[in-house]
Design a binder for this molecule. Structure first.
Ligand code: GDP
Ligand code: MG
Length: 684
């Protein structure tokens, strides 16, 4: 017997935190809306029963507007979980109960998790739980998901509910809340009656469907499959209500739901804060979202982040791993292979291919982790929501919405989840546009490329150079947004209403999960994709097309392919065949650019560490060429995983090819401008 419990609630109310607590998994949590855009499933641990927990994207109501809201609603309605666990942010109870009143109409058992009790107590507010339970007619369990408090009781309660339903012969008697005023309730009853007696279709819970039909929710009308006769009954009822209240029908229902909620809240919640008084969050926001200071502060925060990541902390760890991988490990392996009498080609494959390839990338893992740790602090504290809010003010002027900014910021980690996060955009045009722009934001996989080249060519200003590339990515994204908005995606940006979550002090556990969640992908990728790529690169540089071993790498398969495409890149300053091959392999994964450089520049000598690799690069790159090369790596089409994500989300080959074509063309043009412009002003 498997039970299915679905976690349902507003964005940012703590669903994923609770999910992680109950299932022991480490899903991405973030102090901003829009983090979970897909449903995630897991098994509750420490229960003898088999309990499947489903974490759904956050929704404000059951009338969906965006794709993620549709995912959540369809799951609840069509897959009918055994219990809906409704998570309510206690510090924001009025708004959260709006969804609750709709869930209670569904006829599925509901348990409420009243979350963020710790914050509520800290604020000095009080909720009388037993009173609220009586008002709503469902059990309520107080929780503080981030401290693990109440999670077990919650699941036990839900279990108790399904089990009592299963053993009793009657169906569970769920409360019917009288939420609306009499006239509205009468209309609802009429529709419910008609559904029972006249229309045979019982696909949806009656009361809920009746409200939706009255509201004229088209997806429900269609899905219910009701014919014209039903519409004929409903329309006059709706018209009459609209006339009586002198308001449109959706507002009538929404108003009355809020009135009901404020009555309930008035009876069970005691607030300490006198309205008008500023909270700590409000005070911080006065500075951080200040009209003039906001953007300089945002840039400063980013700059400090990069300085620390690439300054002393980062380089210290690099030297250590570098020496270990590329000298100690390579030496040891060579000695062992000699002792075992291994063939020369095998030694070349293992030391010159795999260790050189992986070693050139793994040395950057600490820096990637440090960067992700800082990003986690920014997200978990609530600052990133402010960044989106600040950016909205700026982006709106050029026809983009702050909603597009959230996927972009996620893109600093990895473009794949970022592209998926565009599901929060309701409008198809805005969504396509954002998908095209998101890969311009530099993802973590590009970091090894910058780290290597910045260290080789800009030793004294590494962090500034890397920071400038991130900013360049954002600027290109914004300029492309303006351009595409004026041409292909004409229209207005979708309004962006984001409620700013309160600032929170991040927990170390949360930060670690968060950092690991993003960072583990790189280590996994090194063990799989980069490993395989290293073997292929080794093969491509060792053999010629006739499969004989070559003495001079430029005669190899890669030498031939690289020389063939190199003229395309010559005007950008990197017409060397090795750069071309590196960019080709970069399509598999952007880190492969570094792996390729590591292997192609490994002059067959054992114990090459990155200092020697940099010296080899200096033979055919100048700082200007290196910068143009980094720019191209930043902007050209993303890796194959991101390509697949674009295809999936665009659901169209035409748009997918347009996206990568646009990105690659942009990369070429920008790198061209930088290189040729740089030469004009005499930068070499
Ligand atoms: P979701 O969008 O509903 O999945 O919310 P998340 O699980 O991502 O959590 C949103 C934010 O609230 C994160 O910063 C969490 O650390 C924080 N959070 C979650 N539960 C609690 C809680 O009980 N108390 C406090 N103070 N913070 C919480
Ligand atoms: Mg979530």
């Amino acid at each position: 017997m498997t039970y299915r419990f679905a976690l349902v609630g507003n964005p940012n109310c703590g669903k994923t935190t609770l999910f992680n607590e109950v299932t022991g998994s480490t899903q991405h949590v973030g102090n901003w809306p829009g983090v979970t855009v897909e449903k995630k499933e897991g098994k509750a641990r420490r229960f003898k029963e088999h309990i499947q927990i489903v974490d759904l994207p956050g929704i404000y109501s059951l009338s969906p507007y965006s794709l993620e809201e549709i995912i959540a609603r369809d799951y609840i309605l069509d897959e009918k979980p055994d219990v809906v666990i409704n998570i309510v942010d206690a510090t924001n109870i009025e708004r959260n109960l709006y969804l609750t009143t709709q869930l209670l109409e569904l006829g599925i058992p509901v348990v409420i998790a009243l979350n963020m009790m710790d914050s509520l107590e800290a604020k000095g507010d009080k909720i009388e739980i037993s009173k609220l339970e009586k008002e709503l007619g469902v059990p309520i369990i107080p929780t503080s998901a981030n401290k693990g408090m109440g999670a077990r009781e919650l699941i036990e309660k839900a279990l108790q509910m399904v089990q009592s339903v299963a053993t009793s012969t009657e169906t569970l008697s769920l409360p019917t809340l009288v939420i609306f005023e009499e006239k509205v309730e009468e209309s609802i009853s009429l529709v419910v009656d008609a559904m029972i007696h006249k229309w045979s279709n019982h696909r949806y819970p009656l009361r809920w469907a009746a409200v939706k039909l009255l509201e004229g929710d088209e997806t429900v009308v269609v899905k219910t499959g009701l014919g014209n006769d039903a519409i004929d009954v409903i329309r006059p009822l709706r018209d009459q209500l609209e006339k009586e209240y002198d308001n449109d029908i959706e507002s009538i229902f929404a108003d009355q739901r809020y009135k009901y909620i404020s009555r309930v809240v008035g009876r069970s919640v005691r607030k300490k804060r006198i309205s008008g008084e500023l909270t700590v969050s409000d005070k911080i926001d006065k500075i951080l979202t200040n009209r003039i200071l906001a953007i300089p502060l945002f840039l400063l925060v980013m700059y400090v982040m990069f300085t620390i990541t690439f300054g002393f902390v980062g380089s210290f760890t690099i030297d250590f791993i570098d020496h270990f991988m590329n000298v100690t490990l390579a030496d040891m392996t060579t000695t062992l292979l000699h002792l075992a009498g291994a063939a020369d080609w095998l030694e070349s494959l293992i030391v010159g291919g795999i260790i050189a390839g992986l070693g050139s990338i793994l040395i950057f893992v600490p820096q990637i982790m440090i960067l992700f740790f800082f990003l986690a602090i920014l997200e978990d504290s609530g600052y990133m929501s402010r960044a989106a809010f600040i950016m909205d003010r700026l982006l709106r002027k050029i026809g983009l919405s702050g909603k597009s900014f959230i996927p972009m910021i996620m893109g600093i980690g990895c473009s794949v989840p970022a592209i998926m996060a565009t599901r929060t955009l309701e409008n198809e045009k805005d969504r396509r546009l954002t998908i095209i722009l998101t890969p311009f934001i530099s993802c973590g996989a590009r970091l090894p490329v910058y780290a290597l080249f910045a260290a080789a060519f800009f030793a004294t200003s590494q962090s500034t150079v890397i920071f400038s590339l991130y900013i360049l990515g954002m600027v290109v994204a914004i300029l492309s947004g303006i351009l595409l908005r004026k041409t292909i995606f004409k229209g207005e940006a979708e309004p962006f209403v984001m409620e700013l979550p309160p600032y929170r002090i991040p927990t170390l556990k949360g930060l670690t999960i968060h950092m690991w969640d993003r960072g583990k992908g790189f280590i996994k990728k090194a063990g799989t994709v980069i490993f395989a790529a290293s073997v292929i690169i080794w093969f491509g540089q060792t053999f010629s097309f006739s499969l004989s071993q070559v003495d001079d790498v430029s005669d190899s398969i890669f030498g031939a392919v690289g020389n063939f495409i190199a003229p395309v890149f010559a005007p950008l300053g990197f017409g060397d065949w090795r750069s071309s091959v590196a960019l080709l392999t970069g399509f598999v994964a952007k880190e492969a650019v570094v792996a390729t450089m590591g292997i192609l520049n490994n002059l067959g000598e054992v114990g090459e560490d990155s200092v020697q690799l940099m010296a080899s690069l200096q033979l055919y790159f100048t700082p200007l060429k290196a910068y143009a090369f980094m720019t191209f790596t930043l902007l050209y089409m993303p890796c194959i995983a991101a390509f697949a994500a674009i295809k999936r989300e665009m659901n169209s080959w035409k748009w997918t090819l347009f996206a990568v074509g646009y990105q690659t063309a942009t990369a070429w043009i920008v790198a061209f401008i930088i290189y040729q412009g740089g030469r004009l002003v005499g930068l070499g």
